[in-house]
Structure formats: C-alpha cells, structure tokens
Design a binder for this molecule. Structure first.
Ligand code: PMP
Length: 382
C-alpha cells in the first residue's frame, strides 16, 4: 500500500479529508492509464451503459463487492445517485409501511443520524418518528447513553442508526446492541464513512447504505444492500406515491439501470474493490491495518499529557474519523498554528467539520500507516 503523492514542488502531500477522501494511488494510476482507451479506443465514460463492455464492468463490480462483504444471496446490491442523503428519504418511503400507528425508530448519535431522523419526520410525519436516543442525552460528543436509557418503540417498522458519525467521530463497530432490536424488525444502517473498513455480518441488517466518497470510490454513487423480502409492497410507505428513482424496486428490478447509472464512478468503485481484494488481501487485513493506524493516533493523543484531547468516549472512538483538540481549545491560537504548520508540511484537510471545529484526521482505507506516522511525528514535535 503506497501513497507517494506530491505537489508541484515535489513535497509529499497527505490528505486527511473526511470526504471526498483519499483514493488508493494504484487505482488512480489505472484509471489514468485507461482514461483514453478503456476499450477499442474509447474512454469508459464514452461507452453506452447498455454496451456489453459496461455491463461486464457493472457485473464484476457487484461481484467483487459481494465477495468482499460476503453478502448473502437473499440481498440485492443497488447502485444509485443522490448520495447517502437520498437514502435518508428512501428509507422511510420504502420501509415505513401503511400502518400509521407504527413508529420508525432513530438512534441519533451525531449529525448524520440526526439529519436522517429529520428527513423521516418531514416525509412521514413527526408523530411516526421515535428518537431512541435523544440528541441531548447523546450530546453529540460521543458519549453514548447507557443501554437502559435507550427507548425503542413497540414493534417499529424499522430501526435506523449510523455506524460511524463522520462529523463527531463516533463509531459503533462491533458495539451496536443488536440484541435490543427484535429479530423481525429490520435494521437500516448508514455506513457511508466506514463501509469496507472491516468485515460486517450483513445478515444482521435489513438495509445497509453508503455514499461512496470515503472508502469506496468517487462522489456520485451510492451503494445500497437490501434484504430481498423488504422489497415487498407492504413495506412501502402508503401516504404518498414514491418517485420512481426513490423506490428500491426500480433499482432492483432493472439491475440498477432503470436510467443511466453513474458509469464512471461504478468503474472506479470496481477498481477499489479489486485493490481491496488483491493488494490488501480482503477486509480482515484492511481492518488490521485500520486498527493500527487508529491506535497510533489515539495513543499519541492519550500520551500527550493533555496537550491533545479527544472528546469521544473511548469505546466509541471512530477508527475512520479522529476528532481532537489542541491545548487552548477550539479556535484557539495553538489550533490555528497547528493547522498552518501541518499544511506547510503537506498534511492537508485537517480542520474539523465547520459545525464542530477542532481538528479531524480522517484515516480512510487509502491512508497508509506511514502517513499516520508522519502526522503523529509532527504532533509530537509541535
Ligand atoms: N452519512 C454519513 C455518515 C456521511 O458522512 C455523509 C457525508 N459526509 C452523509 C451521510 C451524506 O452523504 P452525501 O453527501 O453523499 O449525501
């Protein structure tokens, strides 16, 4: 796994962006080499989505994705546009059903699950949305309330959560309490910022979705994994017609080609899936590398005698997005100096999300361990 990106002066650049994020260098090199001639003198971007060549790319991309996550055969894989935000609308429209008495349960642990809950309330009505964790209780600071403070509704249409809150750096990983959700209630999970970072037992979920632009590919494509039985009509929200392109069934029935799919992003995702399989050796290997990277950064923060601090409770610290503060706090003089000096040394996009401030280092799959080493060396020196 190498990343030797340089700017025009030859300085090594390390991109800690939260997304669109760093891509594997070999993927970009392959895409560049194939840009003008993917097949018979054409760029892939110039080929019909109905061509045999593109159909082959789509089929291989889906097959590699299925292999990586060991997706069971009773799940469909859908490729769509509109980002994860569109999935915030699609979840209630496709799964809230017709029973007005049934709630949909949202576990709000940060900015993205909060937005998802708001969109559900807007589409199917506030009274149908139950917030399992109040945003106040979870205080958006990574301190997830005790399980006995979680208030699920009785027999909800589905339970929604976000496995990794990109802005707040809160990640459930293997700590999500599946046992609290009754077996017949589908779990809908936003994995936009940690998908493919570690193996996942897909069979525990009704729906998993992820915008690609962190661990999977470029912006412009979203991947959704849906358990087949959830495509049945009784799960659809009956309060309004579902726009064609917001209906899971439109994608499922037409193999993601009801209309023109994002052909180039699908191809890049396919290259990333191949990179994960062949260069990295699969998701267990990827998870081991990701754990090493996160451990290196968190242990540097912890051993700084309070000069650096991370606001997130230890069990829920994200391996992908590491928010931290420099002595003096948010927006302080040292923070400004830290960001300036880091950038001078080629470490870019380290500022925290505009809504929370501070520093945030995103360590997606494509960030190599030696890149994190450069960051922690700088942190120690600073
Ligand atoms: N969910 C999560 C966890 C995210 O990180 C993001 C984007 N940063 C979104 C949803 C929204 O994604 P998009 O911009 O693709 O709609």
């Amino acid at each position: 796994m190498q990343n030797t990106r340089v700017d025009s002066t030859g300085k090594r650049i390390l991109n800690f962006s939260a997304g669109p994020g760093l891509m594997p260098q070999s993927v970009l090199e392959t895409a560049a080499a194939e840009m003008l001639n993917f097949s018979q003198g054409h760029s892939l971007m110039e080929l019909s989505h109905r061509s045999g060549v593109f159909e082959g790319v789509l089929a291989e991309t889906e097959a590699a994705f299925r292999r990586l996550l060991s997706i069971p055969s009773n799940y469909k894989v859908l490729f769509s546009q509109g980002g994860a935000t569109t999935q915030f609308s699609m979840a209630p429209l496709n799964l809230a059903g017709s029973d007005k008495a049934k709630k949909v349960d949202y576990i709000v642990t940060g900015a993205w699950s909060s937005k998802a809950a708001e969109e559900a309330a807007r589409l199917i009505g506030k009274d149908r949305v139950n917030t399992v964790l109040s945003t106040k209780k979870s205080n958006h600071n990574g301190d997830i309330p005790q399980l006995n403070d979680w208030s699920f509704s009785k027999d909800p249409a589905y339970v929604f959560y976000c496995d990794n809150e990109t802005v707040h750096g809160v990640e459930f990983k293997d700590k999500f309490p599946f046992h609290l959700v009754p077996a017949n209630v589908p779990i809908v999970c936003d994995m936009s910022s940690n998908i493919l970072s570690t193996p996942v037992d897909v069979s525990k979920f009704g729906v998993i979705f992820a915008g690609a632009q962190k661990n999977m590919g470029p912006a412009g494509i979203t991947v959704t994994i849906v358990r087949e039985d959830l495509l049945a009509p009784q799960y659809k929200y009956s309060g309004s017609p579902i726009p064609l392109l917001l209906d899971f069934n439109s994608y499922s029935a037409h193999d993601s080609m009801l209309n023109t799919p994002p052909t180039f992003p699908i191809y890049i995702c396919g290259l990333i899936f191949k990179w994960l399989e062949k260069d990295i050796g699969g998701l267990s290997q990827m998870a081991a590398i990701n754990a090493q990277k996160a451990d290196l950064l968190y242990s540097t923060i912890e051993s700084s005698n309070g000069f650096y601090s991370c606001p997130v409770a230890k069990p829920y610290r994200s391996r992908m997005n590491v928010p931290f503060l420099v002595k003096g706090g948010k927006g302080g003089a040292l923070e400004t100096l830290f960001l300036k000096e880091a950038e001078e040394k080629g470490m870019i996009q380290l500022a925290g999300h505009r809504s929370v401030g501070g520093i945030r280092a995103s360590l997606y799959n494509a960030m190599p361990l030696d890149g994190v080493q450069v960051l922690v060396d700088f942190m120690k020196e600073f």
